[in-house]
Design a protein around this ligand. Structure first.
Ligand code: ADP
Ligand code: MG
Length: 266
C-alpha cells in the first residue's frame, strides 16, 4: 500500500498560546511536523521552548489555538487513548502493586482478568521486573518505577508512545540500561515514538530522526535523519559521523539556547 503523505502524526501549522498572569505566552508558533509510522523521533530544544506543550497537544491534553493535529488522518479532538504518555515523574498509583499498575488500562478497557493478568506478566517480564509483580512503587528505585510506566504503556498497546524526558531523573547507569531496553522494545514492536530529551547523546543513541526546536515560540529549527548504524555501541559513538551529527545538533541547540536567554532578558 502506498503510504506516502499519510503520516501517523501530522502537526499542521499549530500555534499554542497560554494566558498567564503576565499576559499571553505563545508557546508554539505555526509549528508543522509529520511523523511517519514506525519512526523514532527525538525532540531536543532549550528549556521552555514548548516541547512538553507539543506532546500535550498530540496526546490531546491541550487544544491548539490555531492549526490542527491529525493522528492516522483523524483530527485529535480530545484525550487519545491511542497515545501512551510517559513522564519524567513516574505517575504510578502508589497504592497499587506493580501488577495492578500495569493492568490498570486493561481493566479500564474491561479486559477479562485472566487475559489482563497474562498480558501484564508479559510486559513486566519484557522490562525486566519479573518477580516484582506484588511490590508497591515505594519499594522500587526510580529506574524500576520508570520501567513499570513503560510496561504499563506497552501493555495498552498504544499506536504512539510519547515520552517527555523519561530518563532525566535517573542516574547514568540506570539511564543507559533503560535506553538499551527501549531500543530493543522499539526494534521488536516498532511503535511510533516521540521522545523528548535534553541529552544530544541520548538523541543520537535512540532516534531515527532528530528534531531541534527553536527558542520560544517553538518551531522546527532543524530536522535531521539519524543514519547511524545499529547497535549504536562505543565504536559508533567514536565514529566521525557521530561526531559530525553531534556537532551539528549541538550548534543548533546552542544557538537557540542563546536566543532563549535573550528573550528572557527582555
Ligand atoms: N498551562 C500553561 N499556562 C501558561 N503557560 C504555560 C503553560 N504550559 C506551558 N506554558 C509556557 O509555555 C512555554 C513552553 O513550555 P513547555 O512546553 O513546558 O516547554 P519545555 O517543555 O520545552 O521546557 C513556557 O514559557 C511555559 O511557561
Ligand atoms: Mg518540558
Amino acid at each position: 500500500m502506498d503510504t506516502l503523505g499519510r503520516a501517523k502524526i501530522s502537526v499542521q501549522a499549530v500555534t499554542k498560546r497560554f494566558s498567564g498572569k503576565r499576559g499571553q505566552v505563545t508557546a508554539l508558533k505555526e509549528l508543522s511536523l509529520d511523523v511517519q509510522d514506525g519512526e523514532f523521533v527525538v525532540i531536543v530544544g532549550a528549556s521552555g521552548c514548548g516541547k512538553t506543550t507539543l506532546l500535550n497537544l498530540v496526546a490531546g491534553f491541550e487544544k491548539p489555538s490555531q492549526g490542527r493535529i491529525l493522528l492516522d488522518e483523524e483530527p485529535v479532538t480530545g484525550i487519545t487513548p491511542e497515545c501512551g504518555m510517559i513522564f519524567q515523574q513516574y505517575a504510578l498509583f502508589p497504592w497499587k502493586t506493580v501488577q495492578a499498575n500495569v493492568e490498570f488500562g486493561l481493566k479500564m478497557k474491561r479486559m477479562p482478568v485472566k487475559q489482563r493478568r497474562e498480558r501484564a506478566a508479559r510486559f513486566i517480564d519484557i522490562v525486566g521486573l519479573k518477580g516484582f509483580e506484588k511490590t508497591y512503587p515505594h519499594h522500587l528505585s526510580g529506574g524500576m518505577k520508570q520501567r513499570v510506566s513503560i510496561a504499563r504503556s506497552l501493555a495498552n498497546d498504544p499506536k504512539v508512545m510519547l515520552l517527555d524526558e523519561p530518563f532525566a531523573a535517573l542516574d547514568a547507569m540506570t539511564r543507559q540500561v533503560l535506553q538499551e531496553q527501549l531500543v530493543r522494545i522499539y526494534e521488536k514492536h516498532r511503535k511510533t515514538i516521540i521522545f523528548i530529551t535534553h541529552s544530544i547523546d541520548e538523541a543520537l543513541l535512540l532516534s531515527s530522526r532528530i528534531v531541534v526546536m527553536t527558542a520560544r515560540p517553538g518551531r522546527i529549527a532543524q530536522d535531521i535523519v539519524n543514519d547511524l548504524p545499529h547497535p549504536r555501541n562505543a565504536t559508533v559513538q567514536l565514529s566521525s559521523r557521530y561526531m559530525d551529527l553531534k556537532r551539528t545538533i549541538w550548534d543548533s541547540v546552542q544557538a537557540e539556547v542563546m536566543k532563549s536567554m535573550e528573550v528572557e532578558a527582555d
